[in-house]
Design a protein around this ligand. Structure first.
Ligand code: AMP
Length: 603
């Protein structure tokens, strides 16, 4: 069977995993790392670099890389968004033809879905190198609070990357699946997911393979980047007056400060004080001369915790809101599962422990839980064994706009999905020939405080008397959070499906072009990976030979049927590996490597 993978496409880091003999396993990148920085860049020679190499390039040339693009994916461009982005990312945001966000990086104008596709493509290549064969099916995770547009954009990115999405899975649900499997936990769990850009909280009921989400919530504007931004502000205040203005306007300098801040923040999770040294701060634009300055300072953990106090307090506020929505108290929660790199911050662990009156569950790295859970679900969907049942909830309230600037709610937030609702509306005015039914998403009762998703237009109405032309509107929300809307003029039976105007997906021709470009790149990389696999495999065989000798020796000293069987297994793998070398079969080589690793891990 073709292997399937789970992908956590994170704001700052991404990861890919698979289910290996029933155990969720993180697939290392081809560079040997467990996590891949979610950064794409282009060198001065025009070469594409992704992940670690892009992160390193960003240290030297922040204007050549695109980090944290997930913050803007699937959103409509607006001057406010562009302004807010300036505080957190080094690249400018521009409006595309569909109102979507594009970014300018290393002189290239790119749709955000292309950037995500490059990241997904890299993870796909990592998985293909791991399996030695093509991989095309994945479960991809998204924050629970991602809206319709953001989910569509993630699917578009997958399409460009040549991946079939088995399902988009909410990140907290994925993490609960991984924790649930590894700890054989059953009961009421709360997932506390503080990542690079967003904060998600979900309460789930987990009972013999049934995962029922009771409530979900979060703050889409709260994440590790905000903690970094607080440090950056503090650093900026220490830049000499003469340079401060120029530094704060200079994208390169601001990115240097952000990198230093993020590193210091991580160091403070393990030590009480961090030293920061940031050079070449000032105006980097051409002709600005070379009036650059250097900043050397130290940050203590205590002071960092004070600087970020409003952010940590906000995390607990959100937990309370989600508990309220689920009708529970903190003490009702039987397991707290931490997800996201930011939950390594000691104060967060301490506050969570105090708030819930219990230690968080351990056993899985918080930054790997989501990918591992996605892999568990991917295997489940691919095998269609139906051992787990997933009951998720609507993450936003979905409504129809009515007269007077208010909305009528059809599907309430936290309703179990799939969900459907039907309501009858009467067109506004007598004599009207067309009914426009606007669709909104959001929690406010006022339409201008909600996000407009689009509208259904029913034409050729003949409204003589308002009450004579009732229009039936049906909302259907799929188990993945995708909404479809239908409106029917009940007098004529004429129906219309929604035209989602707010959708920012690219036109199909551009998607095709980008897909071809990505496929060509992947094919080239896969060829290089194959050559590399053939070159490095003899080292695996050497290792296997050493292992056989070791096992033979120990079988001689302590004879047992188990010891003989271990020798036999490694010998068989060695033989299989030698055949693979003879015929140049990289899939076979990958399998031998994987099985050997599994044996070594069990030994
Ligand atoms: P995610 O990609 O969702 O795991 O979250 C990444 C966020 O976690 C980024 O803001 C990182 O800076 C932050 N992070 C990663 N490791 C640590 C650490 N050891 N201590 C504090 N924050 C961390």
């Amino acid at each position: 069977m073709e292997p399937v993978i789970g992908i956590d496409l994170g704001t700052t880091y991404s990861a890919v995993a698979t289910l290996d003999a029933g155990v969720p396993l993180l697939i290392p990148s081809r560079a040997g790392a467990r996590l891949t920085p979610s950064v794409v860049g282009f060198t001065a020679m025009g070469e594409r670099v992704v992940g670690e190499r892009a992160q390193i390039l960003g240290d030297e040339a922040p204007d050549r890389v695109a980090p944290a693009t997930k913050r803007f994916i699937g959103k409509r461009w607006s001057p406010q968004l562009e302004k807010a982005a300036r505080a957190v990312v080094p690249y400018p945001l521009l409006a595309g033809p569909q109102g979507e966000v594009r970014i300018k990086v290393a002189g290239r104008l790119m749709p955000l879905t292309q950037v995500s596709a490059m990241l997904l493509g890299e993870l796909k290549l990592d998985a293909e190198a791991h399996f030695g064969t093509a991989v095309s099916k994945a479960v991809i995770t998204v924050p629970a609070n991602f809206d319709e547009g953001q989910r569509q954009a993630t699917r578009e990115a997958a399409r460009i990357a040549g991946l079939e999405v088995l399902r988009l899975l909410n990140e907290p649900t994925a993490a609960a699946m991984a924790y649930g499997l590894v700890n054989s936990f059953q009961g009421r769990a709360l997932v506390f997911d503080l990542g690079g850009g967003t904060f998600d909280v979900s309460v789930l009921e987990m009972e013999s393979g049934v995962y029922e989400v009771k409530a979900t919530g979060g703050d889409p504007q709260l994440g590790g980047d905000d903690f970094d931004a607080r440090i950056v502000q503090w650093l900026l205040a220490q830049v000499p007056d003469l340079h401060r203005e120029a530094v704060s306007r200079d994208r390169v300098s601001m990115q240097r400060l952000r990198y230093a801040a993020e590193r210091a923040k991580r160091a403070l999770s393990d030590q009480p004080e961090a030293y920061l040294s940031v050079g070449e701060l000032g105006d980097h634009s051409e002709g600005a001369g070379d009036r650059l300055c250097q900043l050397d300072t130290a940050l203590t953990r205590d002071f960092f915790e004070q600087l970020t106090q409003p952010l940590t307090a906000r995390c607990l506020e959100v937990c309370q809101q989600v508990l309220d929505a689920a009708g529970l108290t903190a003490r009702d929660v039987e397991a707290v599962m931490l997800v996201g790199g930011m939950t390594r911050m000691p104060l967060i662990r301490q506050l969570v422990t105090q708030f819930f009156g219990r230690q968080p569950v351990t056993g899985i790295n918080p930054d790997e839980a989501v990918a591992l859970g996605a892999a568990v679900h991917a295997a489940e969907l691919a095998s269609r064994q139906g051992q787990t049942v997933l009951i998720d909830v609507a993450t936003h309230t979905l409504s129809v706009g009515v007269l007077g600037g208010t909305v009528r709610r059809l599907i309430a937030r936290n309703s179990p999905v799939p969900a459907s609702a039907r309501e009858t509306f009467l067109p506004g005015r007598t004599g009207q020939t067309q009914a426009r039914i606007p669709i909104y998403q959001g929690e406010s009762e006022f339409s201008d405080e909600c996000t407009r998703l689009g509208e259904v237009v029913l034409s050729e109405l003949s409204v003589v008397n308002r009450s004579e032309v009732p229009i039936d509107v049906t909302f259907e929300l799929s188990n993945e959070g995708t909404l479809s809307v239908r409106a029917v003029d009940t007098t004529t039976g004429m129906a219309e499906a929604i035209r989602i105007e707010a959708r920012t997906t690219l036109n199909p021709a551009e998607v095709d072009t980008l897909s071809l470009e990505q496929a060509a790149y992947s094919a080239q990389q896969a060829e290089k990976d194959k050559v590399l696999a053939i070159q490095t495999f003899p080292r695996v065989l050497d290792k296997a030979e050493r292992l056989v000798r070791l096992l033979e020796k120990s079988a001689e000293e302590n004879p047992s049927p188990e010891a003989d069987s271990a020798v036999g297994q490694v010998r068989a793998l060695l033989a299989q590996g030698r055949v693979a070398v003879k015929v140049g079969d990289t899939a076979q080589m990958a399998e031998v490597t994987r099985l050997l690793e599994r044996l070594v891990a069990l030994a």
